[in-house]
Design a binder for this molecule. Structure first.
Ligand code: AMP
Ligand code: GLY
Length: 386
């Protein structure tokens, strides 16, 4: 099969690395890819958000299958466009990807189908938001931009001043553009956080190993929030009892809810969970593989990833035995000093071959220079898009 993966981050490198091991995949392409991905796939210079350009390239080059990894092209309808062009594509339709693209939508879905999550209200008038927060009088309070904000549209405000500042930035200064013109105000949940990604074919769901990502830039959980500095799997907090409860109270009801709404989900659902004293609750849904979580998770997968992707598209996921290697995996992100605020790009990255002897090295935002050096020349996917 000729297969195209859309994206260019560490997550896409992990996906390409795993697909390259499949005997079914004879030709592997990635758009736009990066210097690491170039070791396992042919990189194609088409931007990940160029829906029309991507469909044209896939058609012109007779792709048998396309895997759309990032959230933006999914929200833009790249999967729908591929399907309309007759190319089987892994990823949700835009009408299902909305569980990530609109927090107001996902919260109302959870409310309607009694899926446990934090109590919330949705607003599009800044004056009403502050009146509500003052009347509730409970801090910390969580303020979220409705739309996609590259993982940065969430503020946990400890005081009224912090809440006012966040609301002003989102709704009046338009820090996240149109994404912040509607905001969701949530009660603050407390407990360990666990992520569970699940393969989904519209009807059946197969959870992957549980995982946890690490978002702060510095050691000791200090420093600014980033797109993710590392992740490990499985999570010791995700016991078999909690897993059974999540399947029954959260995973199956979510798949059934999307089906009932005429938005059957095929692809990967990312369940961001908080294990509260009242049981597991949903923090957020994403409509895709997480980054960096995918890197350790796919390192542990023992089944042919192409078989799973095809079964998700064909609606036959119940017939695939998804197996995992025993043990655990951990991913550590290396970035330029000062990341993610102010940092220099373009340094040559040395020692990659040596590191590759004892670990798998996945690249994000790297490019091969004319002299053969590998440089970090772009920001990482989760910081800008791609
Ligand atoms: P989100 O983009 O919705 O995943 O939010 C990013 C992070 O904000 C989560 O990983 C949590 O750590 C935190 N967060 C979001 N919503 C809540 C909530 N209702 N209670 C406590 N923490 C939250
Ligand atoms: N690591 C968080 C995410 O992919 O959204």
């Amino acid at each position: 099969m000729k297969v195209l993966v859309v994206g260019g981050g560490g997550r896409e490198h992990a996906i390409c690395w795993k697909l390259a091991q499949s005997p079914k995949v004879t030709e592997l392409y990635c758009a736009p890819g990066n210097a690491g991905i170039a070791q396992v796939a042919t990189c194609v210079p088409v931007s990940a958000t160029d829906v029309e350009g991507m469909v044209k390239w896939a058609k012109d080059n007779a792709m048998d299958f396309v895997m759309v990894a990032p959230d933006d092209p999914l929200a833009l309808g790249m999967e729908d466009a591929m399907e309309a062009a007759g190319i089987p594509a892994f990823g949700p339709h835009a009408n299902a990807a909305v569980i990530e693209a609109s927090k107001a939508f996902s919260k109302s879905l959870m409310k309607k189908y009694h899926i446990p999550t934090a109590k919330y209200e949705t607003f599009d008038d800044p004056a009403k938001v502050m009146a509500y927060i003052r009347a509730e009088g409970k801090y910390p309070v969580v303020i979220k931009a409705d739309g996609l904000a590259l993982g940065k549209g969430v503020v946990v405000a400890a005081t009224v001043e912090e809440a006012e500042k966040a609301v002003r930035e989102m709704m009046e200064d338009h820090k996240f553009g149109a994404s912040g013109s509607t905001v969701v105000i949530e009660e603050c949940m407390v407990g360990p956080e666990v992520t569970v990604l699940a393969f989904c074919d519209g009807e059946h769901l197969v959870p992957m190993l549980s995982s946890q990502d690490h978002k702060r830039a510095y050691d000791g959980n200090q420093g600014p929030n980033t797109g993710g500095m590392g992740a490990f799997c499985p999570s010791p907090n995700y016991t078999p009892d909690i897993a059974a409860r999540c399947e029954k109270e959260i995973f199956q009801p979510t798949v059934a809810a999307l089906q009932a709404e005429g938005r059957p989900f095929k692809g990967v659902i990312y369940f961001g969970l908080m294990l509260t004293a009242d049981g597991p609750k949903v923090v957020e849904y994403n409509a895709r593989f997480g980054d960096p979580e995918t890197q350790p998770i796919l390192s542990m997968l023992d089944t042919d990833l192409m078989d799973i992707f095809q079964a998700c598209v064909d609606g036959t996921l119940d017939q695939v035995d998804v197996k995992w290697k025993p043990g655990a995996a951990c991913c550590i992100v290396l970035a330029s000093g000062g990341y993610p605020v102010e940092y220099k790009k373009g340094y040559p990255i040395s020692g990659l071959e040596e590191a590759g002897k004892s670990a798998v090295v996945f690249h994000a935002g790297t490019k091969k220079a004319d002299n053969g050096d590998i440089n970090q020349t772009q920001k990482r996917y989760r910081d800008i898009g791609y």
